[in-house]
Design a protein around this ligand. Structure first.
Ligand code: NDP
Length: 449
């Protein structure tokens, strides 16, 4: 049994009740074998045992009062996973499915993603099982204030800098920031994704969606291909999906689908981003509303999905951008995409493909950009927001966007070069995992036990 297999067996025994965490670890560990075998120093320092355990996991009660005056109780978390190369950094997720296992998977991924950006940021993740859907603005505000009333003591601009994720956008970050400032009396860059009026960075809202398209362009440029004029499928209809569609349109590609948890839109004329923003960012409505406003759009509710599988993946396309959530694309979906001639998959969501779907993509030799590389544009731009806050500067949109594009191209180049160095050219799963791991592991060794 290899070192990685031994560690994996141990984790499976210890955390059998956290399947998505185990899935994320397995994906990383199985691609680290070449570097672990080449250099015994990682096993000697027990790096895998250490890097898979969070440095600190905080769990707390969040009491708040709803609009009827009744007391509600939620669970809040912050997993401070690894600070070897910089302050903890990672989003906050508000969704009923949030539990320590989900946050450990996301925090673990974040370590390698942040390392790949080339910027000095450690890995973390947090959130709550609070469901913002159907809540009034005032309820969301009271929840965010209650959440920050505990969280503030654990974070700081050089300690831990949270950002948004599913269910946490500009509105929630504003309420969280207001409460941090009220309690601490400090006006500092403790959260990213802030409103432009109080320290936010231009292009942060767009960053993850734009970044995933820049990553796809970099992969394709190496293969003398381009997205221009090509049909693309996108899943999700939130922050990442919206700006992925916008960038695809800007470069002359055609996004033809989006979906939310209730159904999907197929529009052969191309997604109308203006309407999508109105429906999702302003009205916070379901995609049925999009179909009402755009006559060429066809809406399929989840109940009518063939075999219960997301119908997005059966739409023929040149490139696919999963931008909704984890495990939204399985082996059958990967097979359907490949059978329909898909040549590029770039992941906007975190771990959207199951392990066997990833295997199909890697085996097929298409341009496959795994999440921790392809969606790193969001956290990278968050770090650019931290830089602007620390130096009291405001950069214009084009400056931030140009830095984002360069970072995405560098991540691709680093992952591709590392895959070649370890004998599997084109395997960006291996390249991204080894490149992300090496920097953090070497920093941990240098810092001692
Ligand atoms: P949002 O909450 O803005 O949007 C999520 C979207 O995905 C919503 O449209 C949601 O629909 C949809 N969705 C969620 N679950 C499902 C499902 N099971 N089936 C179909 N659709 C679903 O989140 P983000 O766009 O910010 O995040 C999306 C993904 O990208 C997540 O995996 C996140 O971790 C990742 N990510 C986000 C970054 C960021 O900067 N925001 C950075 C890096 C990664 P509904 O509204 O109906 O629930």
């Amino acid at each position: 049994m290899t070192y990685a297999e031994k560690v994996m067996e141990n984790l499976k025994e210890k955390y059998s009740y956290q399947p998505v965490f185990l899935q994320a670890v397995q994906e990383v560990l199985q691609s680290l074998t070449p570097i672990l075998e080449k250099n015994g120093i990682y096993e000697k320092n027990r790096i895998l045992e250490r890097i898979t355990e969070p440095e600190r996991a905080i769990s707390f009660r969040v009491d708040w009062v709803d609009d009827k005056g009744e007391i509600q109780v939620n669970r809040g978390y912050r997993i401070q996973y690894n600070s070897a190369i910089g302050p903890y950094k990672g989003g906050l997720r508000l969704h009923p499915s949030v539990n320590p296992g989900i946050l450990k998977f996301l925090g673990f991924e974040q370590i390698f993603k942040n390392s790949l950006t080339g910027l000095p940021i450690g890995g973390a993740k947090g959130g709550s099982d609070f469901d913002p859907k159907g809540k009034s603005d005032m309820e969301v505000m009271r929840f965010c204030q209650a959440f920050m009333t505990e969280l503030y003591r654990h974070i700081g601009p050089t300690i831990d800098v949270p950002a948004g994720d599913i269910g946490v956008g500009g509105r929630e970050i504003g309420y969280l920031y207001g409460q941090y400032k009220r309690i601490t009396t400090r006006y500092e860059g403790v959260l990213t994704g802030k409103n432009l009026l109080f320290g936010g960075s231009l292009a942060r809202t767009e960053a993850t969606g734009f970044g995933v398209v820049y990553f796809a362009q970099a992969m394709l440029a190496d293969r003398k291909e381009t997205l221009a004029g090509k049909d693309c499928v996108v899943s999700g209809a939130g922050n990442v999906a919206i700006y992925c569609c916008q960038k695809l349109l800007e470069i002359g590609a055609k996004p033809v689908t989006v979906c939310d948890s209730r159904g999907m839109i197929h529009d052969p004329n191309g997604i109308n981003v203006k309407v999508l923003k109105q429906v999702k960012e302003v009205e916070r409505a379901s995609l049925t509303r999009y179909a009402e406003l755009v006559p060429s759009a066809h809406y399929t509710p989840v109940a009518d999905y063939p075999n219960g599988r997301n119908a997005v993946w059966s739409v023929p396309c040149f490139a696919a951008f999963p931008c909704a959530t984890q495990n939204e694309l399985n082996k059958a979906d990967a097979e359907a995409l490949l059978a329909n001639g898909c040549k590029c998959v770039a992941e906007g969501a975190n771990m959207p493909s199951t392990l066997d779907a990833v295997h199909e993509f890697v085996k097929s030799g298409i341009a496959y950009g795994p999440a921790k590389a392809a969606n790193a544009g969001g956290v990278a731009t968050s770090q650019l927001e931290m830089e602007q806050n620390a130096s009291m500067q405001i950069w214009d949109f084009d400056t931030v966007d140009a830095k984002l594009k360069r970072i995405m191209e560098n991540i691709y180049a680093n992952a591709a070069a590392t895959a070649t160095e370890f004998g599997q050219p084109g395997n960006l799963v291996m390249g991204a995992n080894i490149a992300g791991f090496r920097k953090v592991a070497d920093a941990m060794i240098a810092q001692g036990v």
